[in-house]
Ligand binder design. Sequence first.
Ligand code: PLP
Length: 415
Amino acid sequence: MKSADLFSQAQGLMPGGVSSPVRAIKPYPFYTEHAEGAHLTTVDGTNLVDCCMAYGPLLLGHAHPEIKKAIAAQLEKGWLYGTPTPYEPEFARLITGDHPGMDMARFVSSGSEATMAAIRLARGFTGKSDIIKIEGGFHGAHDAVLVKAGSGATTMGVPDSAGVLPALVAHTRQLPYNDAEALESMLASHHDIAALIIEPVLGNIGPVLPEQGYLKDIREITSAYGVLLIFDEVITGYRLGIGGAQKMFGVRPDLTTFGKIIGGGLPIGAFCGRKEIMSLVAPQGPVYQAGTFSGNPLSLAAGIATVRWLHNHPAIYPDLAEKVRAIEESLGTGKNAGGSFVRIGSMFKYFFRNKPPQNYIEVKECDTTAFFAFWQKMLARGIFLPPSQFETNFLSAAHTKKDLEAITGGYAACL
Ligand code: PLP
């Protein structure tokens, strides 16, 4: 069955026809039949160079042989036990070892679960009620953070979800990104704030990059006011390098949330932090958190294989950054005139705005109609970019020279 038929069936059976809003591409999404390396093959028989990579998890590419081997080996032994497995201390040691200051880890099944638990933990630890999130930051689809949320919420024009009780989000304060002064003045006048949760690089409306010194400033300010700093590294963890954004920018948060890459393409999340904070998590402490699928052996096997691969191939990070730089260079000044190309490591985006945006308000000034026309042309040339001006493009270790040529050729022809 073809994509158009599948979508018309799905529409009557599933809200919007999809399992997650940003996938509802107009007029209908393509359905994937299989994927390998940097390529997706659709049920319509089209082969696409993938620059979405499942919205970030697939840093090594689709169906990477070593990850496949790790999953297959675990499959033979069963895939869910409801008991601890040897993978757990192994992976906790790996992740905490890669992130100094993160002493302990709790595995969960998604990034949303990780941020939800980290926020609860911050409240439990500080005894304070409120959190600050950054406008345009996306931390998953749970109530406390569905305010001015990026990703599909911004794309679909519903950054403030119906069904979220005003009383719940009354405890979520908003601040613009790249504005340390606004943070300082909020903390000076409000003493009920438990934590600031922030994507160190805004990946769900971007990438939007931190201005020089911003992350260090917010670290100093939060420390001065006894407010926990939560880095949501669900996208940037192992994406910007081993050690993530916290290593790249030399800033140590109190808590870190992970997801995406640490599951090697299978569902996962984790939150990590200083021992004195993490010790409050149940059963060691009074902050409750639990999950049937938490630490499931398939995700952990895939995640460990991924992180070990990255440890063995550190050159992948400068390599990918160089490839993305080459994409930018290929645009040339003429082509670049109407918009701006933003990149960090293997994350990049062409914004239909003449200057790189610095925050949510500026991102929303982008010409989304022009973006969508460009996106369609790229798809017609066989290049799949995330279907939103507000989602980051990702490159993977599997993108070959030929794929790169296809991407740069696409930008040259379609902008
Ligand atoms: N945090 C960030 C920064 C994300 O990008 C996402 C998802 O895109 C989440 C949290 C939620 O993760 P998940 O989709 O695994 O629940």
